[in-house]
Design a protein around this ligand. Sequence first.
Ligand code: ZN
Length: 291
Amino acid sequence: MGFLDNILGEKKRCDICNKELGRVFGKRKLEDGIMCPDCESKLSPFFDGRRSSTVAQIKDQLEYRAANARIVANFQPTRLIEAQKRIMIDENSGTFLITGGGSNWRDRNPDVIYLKSITGCKVDIKESKTKIEPPEEDKTQAAEPAKPQPFGVRPQPPAPVPAEPQYEYHYDIDMTIFVNHPYFDEIHLDITPHSLDSNTSAEYQKYEDLAYEIREALTGEKPPVRGINNPVFQAAFNMGAQYQQARENAAAQAEAEAMAQAAAKAQAQADALAAAAARAQQKANKQSGLY
Ligand SMILES: [Zn+2]
């Protein structure tokens, strides 16, 4: 062993392909060994469990990936959806794949996945807000005037009055496809290329539609009624719900009144019967000579 070997340890080899690795860089840890960057690049792009995988598991996956490459060579998409990634569906074999743009997509060996292995597909619309800092002059304008101080006391600078915080809103749409697969169980897709400032703009609507189009293509699940998130639709929906509630209240009120009337009628009948009984009793008493 040379001087460097004494300091840095022996050179190591990739446990997968046996290539010699650098002493410091280029080692990828496995649970029970190491692999080289070349071997790592052949793993599924959706796989994130390298550190907890054994050498044997990685070898299995690379076998699966080699078989996948042969399937990709014959993959004939019948439907294509362009989002931030490209979703290709082969309706004849009931499979799909997700890949980047460009004509060399087969070279990246995208995993070919059965549509029927999809267990769910979730569209996520994320709203975030950031505080808008008011301009400096607004802050000083909002300050209270200095209070008069007794002679000899230095006047305190006025305390600034905090302005009402203003926010701007941002919207991001992404989705998660859940799959039954030996090497990964979730695929994340960004739908919006960047945060959008409005959730009522045509641009926002376009990306929302795109997300639901992808979900429908993969799962058959219909998109929600268009405009359900639109404030105008929401207001109309709320008015409808209030109207329905008012109708139900009126019906309940009418029912209660009808019941009260029926009760009053029954009471009147009972009173009349009691009065008749009393008269009959009086009559009977008279006849029996008690009076
Ligand atoms: Zn290797």
